[in-house]
Design a protein. Structure first.
Length: 139
């Protein structure tokens, strides 16, 4: 379910710049399509939050997907508000950010292998290995 909602969100995030660009080029009905796509995108992100919570709480998956899609949902709500208010100086860059995050998140969802145990510590925070004999000779 998470993969499906993530793909839907990514596809609608991809469509948004084309719909807005068409409007700016003079195809005025595309502004309504841009608005409807924003509503569908936000709904897909909300469904992704719910799916990610289910994956985390019931499936034992990582919590990071729920956190990421919750942040994306907040950004989508802010984006819709800025769009209706015609604050384009913030609306356009935020739209770029939403697009980038939606595409990044969908690739992360597909890269995740259910049942795979996440590493307990990243390599950069792991304890240093015991010095080898070669290292002791050089010191």
């Amino acid at each position: 379910m998470l993969r499906g909602t993530a793909v839907l969100a990514a596809l609608f995030a991809l469509a948004q710049p084309f719909l807005a660009g068409g409007f700016l080029q003079g195809i005025y009905p595309l502004l309504d399509a841009h608005m409807m796509a924003a509503m569908i995108l936000s709904t897909a992100v909300l469904l992704s939050v719910i799916a990610a919570l289910l994956v985390w709480r019931l499936g034992g998956g990582p919590s990071v997907f729920a956190l990421r899609y919750t942040i994306l949902l907040v950004l989508c709500v802010a984006q819709i508000s800025l769009g209706f208010s015609r604050v384009l100086i913030l609306h356009i860059p935020l739209g770029v950010g939403i697009f980038v995050l939606a595409e990044k998140f969908v690739t992360d969802v597909f890269r995740h292998k259910p049942g795979a145990e996440p590493a307990t510590e990243p390599a950069e925070h792991a304890e240093p290995a015991e010095p080898t004999e070669t290292a002791e000779v050089q010191a």
